[in-house]
Write a protein that binds this ligand. Structure first.
Ligand code: ZN
Length: 239
C-alpha cells in the first residue's frame, strides 16, 4: 500500500513550537494526525493542554477542523527509566559537566521519531512534522538538522517506504515562531499560542505574562519571554 502523499503526523507536545508546527501542517496537508509522548515528565502540564489546543485550532478554521484527525498519546516510561534528567527527576535545571543543560534527555528526539515513524507507517501517513530547531536550543544535538535528515533516511530505508520529516522551525528563532504563528493564523492564532501553549520547565500556569503562562525564570520561560520581546520590537520596526 502506498502512503497517501498528502497526509501528515505531527509530533505535538503542547508547547509553542509544536503548536505552530501543527497549524503549519493543517495549512498544507489534507489529513493531519497528532502524536504526543508521555515519558514521565516531572510536570505533565504540556500533555494536559494538548486537547484544548487541538480544539481551539479546529475552531479557528473550518478547513483545519475537517483536516484534523486522530490524536495518539504514547507512553514511553522506559525513556524516563534510563534517563537522569531535570525533566524527569528532581534535579536542578543548570548546565551539566557535558556542556548540555540538565534538561537534556539523551536521544529523546531519535526515540520520538522512531515511534512516530512506526505509527505513521501503520496510519498510512507519509509526512512527519516536528518542531526541532537549531537556532535556540543549539545545545541539543538531537535537534540538529543533520540529525533529523539522518533519521529521515533511516526511517525511509528501515521501513522501505518514503518518509519525509519536515522541521519548519529549524532555522527560526523564538521571535520568528511568534511571527510565523501570526502569519499562518492571524491574531487569533497568536493569542492561542500565547494563552494555551506551555513552555515552563517548572509546570507553572498560575502567572500570566504578556508572552503566556510560566514561572518567568526557568530557561524555557526566559527564552520565550526574550523571543516575545524581540517579536514585539521587530513588529514595531516593520509597522
Ligand atoms: Zn518557567
Amino acid at each position: 500500500m502506498r502512503a497517501s502523499s498528502d497526509a501528515a503526523l505531527v509530533l505535538f507536545s503542547g508547547g509553542q513550537d509544536s503548536t505552530v508546527c501543527l497549524a503549519w501542517a493543517l495549512e498544507r496537508f489534507t489529513r493531519v494526525e497528532t502524536i504526543g509522548f508521555d515519558y514521565g515528565q516531572r510536570h505533565a502540564v504540556e500533555l494536559a493542554v494538548r486537547p484544548t489546543i487541538r480544539e481551539r485550532l479546529a475552531a479557528l478554521d473550518p478547513q483545519w477542523r475537517a483536516r484534523l484527525g486522530e490524536d495518539h498519546v504514547v507512553r514511553l516510561d522506559a525513556l524516563a527509566a534510563i534517563s537522569e534528567t531535570a525533566l524527569t527527576r528532581d534535579v536542578a535545571i543548570e548546565m551539566g559537566a557535558n556542556n548540555l543543560p540538565t534538561t537534556f534527555v539523551p536521544g529523546r528526539n531519535l526515540v520520538f521519531l522512531c515511534f512516530a515513524g512506526a505509527l505513521a507507517y501503520r496510519r498510512d501517513l507519509k509526512h512527519l512534522v516536528a518542531g526541532m530547531c537549531e537556532t535556540d536550543y543549539s545545545g541539543y544535538p538531537d535537534c540538529r538538522d543533520d540529525t533529523i535528515k539522518a533519521m529521515q533516511v533511516a526511517l525511509t530505508l528501515g521501513m522501505d517506504r518514503r518518509c519525509v520529516v519536515h522541521t519548519p522551525l529549524m532555522w527560526v528563532d523564538k521571535a520568528g515562531t511568534f511571527a510565523l504563528a501570526r502569519e499562518i493564523g492571524g491574531e487569533n492564532m497568536l493569542d492561542l499560542v500565547i494563552a494555551e501553549t506551555h513552555s515552563c520547565y517548572l509546570g507553572e500556569r498560575s502567572k500570566r505574562h504578556p508572552w503566556g503562562y510560566g514561572c518567568g525564570d526557568c530557561p524555557a520561560c526566559r527564552l520565550r519571554a526574550e523571543g516575545y520581546a524581540r517579536f514585539i520590537a521587530e513588529g514595531d520596526r516593520t509597522a
